[in-house]
Design a protein around this ligand. Structure first.
Ligand SMILES: Cc1cc2nc3c(=O)[nH]c(=O)nc-3n(C[C@H](O)[C@H](O)[C@H](O)COP(=O)(O)OP(=O)(O)OC[C@H]3O[C@@H](n4cnc5c(N)ncnc54)[C@H](O)[C@@H]3O)c2cc1C
Length: 373
C-alpha cells in the first residue's frame, strides 16, 4: 500500500467505487480506496437495485436524474455492463392523501421537465398484469426509472478506477485519522499510515463508527431489511419496480424472470446483524397475496437481509465534514445509495477537483445535524 496519496477513500461499496471512478476519470489518480472486507461486500451486496426519481426534494430528483443518465450510458463509459433496465417505477396509492401528495410532487417535477405521471387504477392494471386493484386509488409512475445490479456496477466502477491508477486495498481496516490542528493529515489503517490531503468517508452503515474515529457524531443508523427471491414468473417480465406506498412492500423483476420481494421492513441493527428472520418472509408473502393474489403461494428460493444506512431526515450526508478540513462525507444515503452513487461520485470529485459543484448539496449538508451550543 502507498504511504502517501492525494485522496484516501474509506469504503469500497458502490459509493466509494463511484468516487474512485470519477476522480480517476478526471485524472486524479493518486487515490487509495480501502475496505475492511471484500469490495462490494457491505450493503451494496444486499440492495434491490431500484433506480427512481420520485422524491419530494428537488436536489434528490436532480441526483436521481444525473445517476439514471449515468447508468443508461454505463457500459460505454465504464467498459462493462451494470444490468440496467428501463422498466419504470410505480407507487401504488391507497388513500386520497397519498394521491394528493404524489400528484403535487409530480406536478412540480413535470414543471422541471420530468416524465412523472399519476395513473388511474385501470392504467396501473395495464402495467402490472394480474394485479389486484381493489383498494388502489391510483398509481404514481415514472417510466424512465428502472433497475440495475449493484454488485455488477460497483465491481465495474472499481475495476475501471484501478485500470486508471487507483490503488484498491481490501481486508484492511481504517482505524484512525490524524489531524494537524483542524486539517486532516493522515489516515491510519491496519496496514500502516497513509499521509493524505483528502479523506472521503464512504463507509455505508458503518459511517457513525468511522466518523467517531475523527471525533464526528454522524447520525447514521443501520436498519435491517429483508429481500426474497422467487421462482420465475415470466408473465411479469417488463413490469415496473412496484412499491405499495401504504406499507413499503415492493417487488421488482430479476434476470431469469425471478421476482425480488420485500416487506419493506426496517429494524434497528446496532450490532450490524444481518441474519435472516423468518417473520419477514411471512410479511413479504402477505404483500404478495394482497398485490398479486395469483402468486400468493409462489415459493421463495433465496433470502437475504442487509442494512439501510438511515439519517433522521432520510437524506444523505454529503460534502465537507464539519470543522474537519480535508475530510469529506458520502454517507447516510438512507436506502438510496445505489441510485445516487453516480451523482455522489461526481459531486465529491467536483469538490476535490475545484472546490465546488453544480449540484445543490445544501439539503445534504452534514452540518445540518451539528449540535449548536
Ligand atoms: C435490502 C436492501 C434493499 C435496498 N434497495 C435499494 C434500492 O433499491 N436502491 C438503492 O438505491 N439502494 C438500495 N439499498 C441501499 C443501498 O444498498 C445502499 O444505499 C448502498 O449500497 C450504499 O453503498 P455504500 O457504498 O455507501 O455502502 P457499503 O456497500 O456498505 O460500503 C461501505 C464499505 O465500507 C467498508 N468499511 C466500513 N468500515 C470500514 C473501516 N473502518 N475501514 C475500511 N472499510 C470500512 C465496509 O466493509 C463496506 O464495504 C438497499 C439496501 C438494502 C439493505
Amino acid at each position: 500500500m502507498r504511504r502517501s496519496a492525494e485522496v484516501v477513500i474509506v469504503g469500497g461499496g458502490v459509493v466509494g467505487s463511484s468516487i474512485a471512478f470519477h476522480l480517476a476519470e478526471r485524472g486524479i489518480r493518486d487515490v487509495v480506496l480501502i475496505d475492511k472486507g471484500a469490495f462490494g461486500s457491505g450493503t451494496t451486496a444486499k440492495g434491490a437495485g431500484g433506480l427512481r426519481s420520485q422524491f419530494a426534494e428537488p436536489a434528490e430528483i436532480a441526483f436521481s436524474e444525473a445517476s439514471l443518465a449515468f447508468y443508461r450510458g454505463f457500459a460505454e463509459r465504464v467498459g462493462a455492463g451494470c444490468g440496467y433496465e428501463e422498466c419504470g417505477f410505480l407507487f401504488l396509492l391507497r388513500d386520497a392523501a397519498a394521491v394528493d401528495r404524489f400528484a403535487a410532487m409530480a406536478a412540480r417535477s413535470r414543471a422541471q421537465g420530468s416524465d412523472w405521471r399519476i395513473l388511474q387504477p385501470e392504467e396501473v392494471a395495464l402495467l402490472v398484469p394480474r394485479i389486484d386493484t381493489s383498494g388502489i386509488l391510483g398509481g404514481s409512475f415514472t417510466p424512465r426509472d428502472g433497475t440495475a445490479k449493484p454488485t455488477l456496477a460497483a465491481r465495474a466502477l472499481l475495476e475501471r478506477a484501478r485500470s486508471m491508477g487507483v490503488e484498491a486495498v481490501a481486508e484492511t481496516t481504517v482505524t484512525g485519522f490524524r489531524f494537524a490542528g483542524d486539517r486532516l493529515d493522515a489516515v491510519e489503517t491496519t496496514a500502516g499510515t497513509i499521509t493524505t490531503r483528502w479523506a472521503v468517508i464512504a463507509a455505508g452503515p458503518w459511517a457513525a463508527e468511522v466518523g467517531r474515529l475523527a471525533g464526528l457524531d454522524l447520525p447514521v443508523v443501520p436498519m435491517r431489511r429483508h429481500v426474497f427471491t422467487t421462482l420465475p414468473v415470466p408473465w411479469l417480465e417488463g413490469a415496473p419496480m412496484t412499491i405499495d406506498e401504504a406499507t413499503g412492500w415492493y417487488f421488482r423483476t430479476e434476470e431469469g424472470h425471478a421476482l425480488l420481494v420485500s416487506a419493506g421492513d426496517m429494524t434497528p441493527a446496532p450490532d450490524y446483524d444481518v441474519r435472516v428472520r423468518e417473520q419477514f418472509a411471512r410479511a413479504a408473502r402477505e404483500g404478495l397475496r394482497r398485490v398479486l393474489p395469483s402468486l400468493g403461494d409462489l415459493p421463495f428460493v433465496a433470502a437475504r437481509a442487509g442494512l439501510r444506512e438511515m439519517t433522521p431526515d432520510e437524506r444523505a450526508l454529503l460534502g465537507p465534514a464539519p470543522e474537519r478540513e480535508g475530510m469529506l462525507l458520502a454517507v447516510g444515503f438512507s436506502g438510496h445509495g445505489f441510485m445516487h452513487a453516480p451523482a455522489a461520485g461526481q459531486a465529491i470529485a467536483d469538490l476535490i477537483e475545484r472546490g465546488e459543484t453544480a449540484f445543490d448539496l445544501e439539503p445534504f449538508d452534514p452540518a445540518r445535524f451539528v449540535k449548536k451550543d
